[in-house]
Design a protein around this ligand. Structure first.
Ligand code: BTN
Length: 276
């Protein structure tokens, strides 16, 4: 076990979490999610962890790449949920809540943005990539990957040039990556256990309380070639964004969402300032 993996175990145990599952640390790896997905296929236990200093083939949502230079947090965790949907659909949102609280715990006012972005002052500081493997009967595993810009601010694929930020850019400091990872994992354990107890609405409420406050405002969601505009109303227990379009609530399960701001002078829509 590397010194970093040992330090993470100690940080977890200092939070009262005895981590029985494997904790793997890599100087460099293609993708911690890919690694843990292959461990999952080999039968690795729930809460197995993979942490990397850098990734050479980091992946983001919607098939995008995730720039992963040294100085960021690249962490994946393996879950084996016992409850069926919709609880499993809320795992990424539960992870978002945990990451948000981890950042707030070190004085960065992060917010979640549907479905899985972490923002600070409107700029993207990180994201969550949740990948499930199912058989005909049930979800066998979910690998939750967390990427955070800490010391550096790489240009993120799918995000406008000034749409990304980092911990260092926001605070002038560099956080202790291992302490932050332990805090995030403690939060994940808390909210995942809530899901496993059937407390979906508690997770939804926690997510709403940390969300960008765009309820009632015009939002555009792009998913592949589809583009939908409406008023953001809420999320539901499946983690779907409820968009009001022509007076009806449309549940959206995936896509890139951004607030559409109306230009003050002529009332034209301006979606260009939001991360995408
Ligand atoms: C997003 O597109 O916003 C999600 C980014 C998730 C990146 C993390 S970094 C650790 C894990 N390994 C990957 O290849 N991706 C996720």
């Amino acid at each position: 076990m590397t010194a970093v993996a040992l330090r993470l175990r100690k940080a977890l145990s200092a939070k009262g979490l005895d981590w029985g599952a494997p904790v793997e640390h890599f100087g460099a790896i293609g993708s911690t999610n890919d690694h843990l997905k292959s461990r999952a296929r080999e039968g690795a236990p729930e809460w197995s962890l993979a942490l990397a200093d850098q990734q050479t083939a980091g992946r983001g949502r919607a098939g995008r790449s995730w720039a992963s230079p040294a100085g960021g947090l690249y962490l994946s965790v393996l879950l084996r949920p016992r409850r069926p949907a919709p609880a499993t659909a809320l795992i990424p949102l539960a992870a978002g809540v945990a990451v948000c609280d981890g950042l707030r715990g070190i004085d960065v006012e992060a917010q979640v943005k549907w479905p899985n972005d972490l923002l600070v002052a409107g700029r993207k500081i990180g994201g969550v990539l949740s990948e499930a493997a199912s058989n005909a009967a049930r979800t066998e595993s979910v690998v939750v990957g967390i990427g955070l810009n800490l010391a550096t601010t790489p240009r993120l694929s799918g995000v406008t040039a000034d749409g990304a930020t980092s911990f260092a850019r926001e605070t002038g400091r560099t956080p202790d990556r291992i302490e932050l990872a332990a805090a995030i994992l403690a939060g994940m354990a808390l909210w995942y256990d809530a899901l496993e107890r059937g407390e979906e609405s508690a997770v939804c409420d926690a997510w709403r309380a940390r969300s960008v406050p765009w309820w009632g405002r015009p939002v555009e969601v792009v998913s592949g070639a589809e583009r939908v505009r409406g008023l953001a109303r809420d999320i539901d227990v499946t983690g779907a964004l409820l968009l009001e379009v022509d007076g009806r609530l449309l549940p959206l399960l995936s896509g890139e969402a951004r607030e559409v701001r109306l230009a003050a002078r002529n009332g034209t829509a301006d979606a260009s300032r939001e991360p995408r």
